[in-house]
Design a protein around this ligand. Sequence first.
Ligand SMILES: O=C(O)C(=O)Cc1ccccc1
Length: 303
Amino acid sequence: MSKIAYFGPEGTFTEQAARLLAGDAELIPVETIPLALSAVRKGEVDAACVPVENSVEGAVPATLDGLAEQEPLVASAEALLPVRFSVLTRPDAGEIQTVASHPHALAQVRLWLEANLPGARPVAASSTAAAAVAVLAGEFDAAVTAPVAAEHYPLRVMATEVADVQDARTRFLLVRQPQHPLPEPTGADRTSIVAAAANRTGALAELLSELASRGINLTRLDARPARSNFGEYRFFIDFEGHIAEPRIGDALAALRRRCRNVRFLGSHPRADGVRSTIEPSAGNDDFVEATDWVAAVRAGKTA
Ligand SMILES: O=C(O)C(=O)Cc1ccccc1
């Protein structure tokens, strides 16, 4: 049976996402995102499930940095979860003075906490479920968690369906070693790369223009410090399409030509099923026809 590590402990949102993506794989909780990624790199598990972006709070830095550094890993699937929180306390809780959770969760319930627990101090925990564990251990008074955490930990449910922004969602990735075969293209796919653009005028614009000129629609652009030199950035770029498509292969080759420091982070079906936009003259058939024409000209068969 294959093994999938997920950002745990048991009862995180990531466990819910891993269950959606796992099939019949064995799920193994791991305390941090870097540890989940390193379990894949070491071959201790076949894949890892990690959160990558949230519609309210944006990117999950530990995942982006973890994918940009060390041995390459490639995303082979994604899941999109609606994010509404539960607030859990010990059954004997008195006054709530501290509320623990993952920073992304705390940021998404700030208004609710101000209105409902005005005196409580927010405290960052490594995950929502780690916060539940800490409440159980008496370290904090309340935890902001995924709804499933209440099934794992004997805590009292003080509130459910808590969210300052309705319809918030988090996207999760299933990442593997690069030798694992990529999923087939479906017409509703996402490709991700990270590129360390040179520190000179127009470098990022040049990379983006390779995608724009091929009619490729971006779905995300995030900058993170390169961490080695102050002022240097890595750009995480997601766009519609699959590396198996001629138009996407052509774009990736152009990006590589412009930037030796580009890393492929995966091509996989989109969880929302949105099909790629194909601009006039920028479909796969157009790329194939143009390449075939050049070959025919070179072979002296046409002009
Ligand atoms: O801590 C968790 O439960 C996670 O899986 C990370 C997370 C935190 C907040 C919203 C979505 C995912």
